[in-house]
Design a protein around this ligand. Structure first.
Ligand code: SF4
Ligand code: SF4
Length: 467
């Protein structure tokens, strides 16, 4: 494996025994030990790292050694970590409060030179350090949060400068920019409609300003620190960025869906689903698809790398995947929040230009429209007296009435006579209902009259008898 040595030159580190002293006294090893990590933990992490870089796990000792050499010799590649419009959740995910994880320790020891949130220095001295790093060149930029451009970039000001200017200045000598977290990839939460801040991702912003620096998108809310560390270390150790997919994400990391690796997948295949939180099915760990899980359409390795020292991840913790890894770098108005809300329902937004609506709204609207049209149609039929037996019989077509010759008029007259005859016999279809009602009324009247007639007959007979 070709790796870079501490001065940035490519070197081949092929044997774990090549630098025994370096490894034994490595600053990194000491740091890890101080924080309760054994060499076994470190090698395990390096195996994962090798896997994320597309190498065999057998390369773990070589990766470990290259990191230790780098840590011993000083920082290999400076990283400037800028904050855009964000909640600093991605920084939080890296630092994890009071207990640094291996990725954090490695990153801090190997590369992390400057961070607006984490650096002890502040104010103008920190800004001076950033400018010195820019002038020296050969560095990576990590950008966290959305790029907000409203009010000509003045909506976010850093050290009395426009946030957009700080980004443009910082990337000018950078070797690559890593857009960390969904907000940095496509605006994320910040770009949700109505998007008053005109938020967007780094890739779109830089392309609009004709800045030709490679952008690597690492999505999720927050981004997993292990993915960031693997990308930085791959660049530090091999001198090249990972292969990217069509969304500029590391292809090896974002090639499979959450669903592909989900431990509940067997329940999905068996048709065993959770329909309600707190139910027996939920207790059994069934599939969360009906509760809005976006795992089938979300490409991310959350189920493989997991979170918080690989302790757990969303679906394992009982929450349906909200699809926060879905990004649309060149179209902030179709980001994961707009696309995937409401999170606990299966539905997705429809959008016509800037107007979004839910399928339920469309279905209800169409149903109301169809019912209204049918109602108007029925009322019209009733008013026109066309409810019984359909439309009026037209013995002669209207066109013939106006334009027809004697033969057409004669044919119409014959048809009219036939119609009248049928109607008289009670056979004309349009009037069968009327005939039925008329007959019923007649029968009723006859039945009413019959007892009266009988009574009057009886009276007559009685009178005759008296006589
Ligand atoms: S819980 Fe989500 S990701 Fe897991 S199997 Fe069900 S639908 Fe797929
Ligand atoms: S499982 Fe889904 S919601 Fe959770 S972090 Fe991964 S992509 Fe985001």
């Amino acid at each position: 494996m070709a790796l870079l040595d501490t001065s940035g030159r490519r070197a081949s580190v092929s044997s774990a025994s090549a630098q025994p002293e370096t490894r034994a006294t490595s600053k990194l090893a000491q740091k890890l030990e101080l924080n309760g990590f054994t060499r076994r933990d470190f090698l395990k992490y390096c195996g994962c790292l090798a896997g994320m870089m597309g190498l065999s796990q057998l390369a773990a000792p070589q990766v470990a050694e290259a990191l230790e050499i780098g840590a011993e010799g000083g920082k290999l590649l400076p990283v400037i970590w800028l904050e855009g419009s964000s909640c600093t959740g991605c920084t939080e995910a890296l630092t994890q409060g009071t207990t640094p994880d291996i990725p954090q320790l490695v990153l801090e020891t190997i590369a992390l030179n400057y961070s607006e949130t984490l650096s002890a220095a502040a104010g103008h001295s920190l800004e001076e350090a950033r400018r010195e790093t820019i002038e020296a060149g050969s560095y990576l930029v990590v950008y966290e949060g959305a790029v907000v451009t409203a009010y000509d970039g003045n909506i976010l000001r850093v050290a009395d400068e426009k946030g957009t200017d700080v980004l443009l200045e910082t990337v000018k000598n950078a070797e690559a920019v890593i857009a960390l977290g969904s907000c940095a990839c496509d605006g994320g939460w910040m770009a949700v409609r109505p998007d008053d801040a005109d938020a967007m991702g780094v890739q779109k912003f830089l392309s609009e300003h004709n800045v030709d620096v490679p952008v690597v998108n690492i999505p999720c809310c927050p981004a997993n620190p292990e993915w960031l560390t693997s990308v930085i270390l791959e660049y530090v150790l091999t001198g090249h960025l990972p292969e990217l997919n069509d969304k500029n994400e590391p292809a090896a990391l974002f090639s499979q869906t959450i669903h592909d690796n989900c431990p509940r997948r067997g329940h999905f295949e068996n048709g065993e689903f959770v329909y309600q939180f707190g139910s027996e099915e939920e207790a059994k760990g069934y599939c969360l698809y009906p509760l809005g899980c976006k795992g089938p359409q979300t490409y991310a390795p959350c189920a493989v790398t997991r979170w918080n020292r690989s302790l757990s991840w969303c679906v394992e913790a009982g929450a349906p995947c909200a699809g926060c890894a879905t990004i649309n770098p060149m179209n902030p108005q179709a980001n994961w929040v707009d696309e995937n809300t409401p999170f606990l329902e299966r539905h997705r937004d429809f959008a016509v230009g800037p107007i979004t609506f839910q399928p339920t709204t469309v279905a209800v609207g169409l149903t109301v429209l169809v019912v209204a049209v049918l109602g108007v149609h029925c009322a019209g039929m009733k008013l026109a007296g066309r409810m019984d037996g359909g439309a009026d019989f037209e013995p002669e077509r209207r066109w013939d009435e106006k334009h027809g010759g004697p033969e057409a008029h004669e044919a119409g007259a014959r048809a009219q006579r036939l119609y009248d005859d049928l109607d008289e016999m009670g056979l004309e279809p349009k009037n069968t209902g009327l005939h039925r009602k008329r007959d019923a009324a007649a029968r009723k009247a006859a039945a009413k009259e019959a007892p009266q007639a009988a009574d009057s007959n009886n009276d007559t007979h009685a009178e005759g008898g008296d006589e």
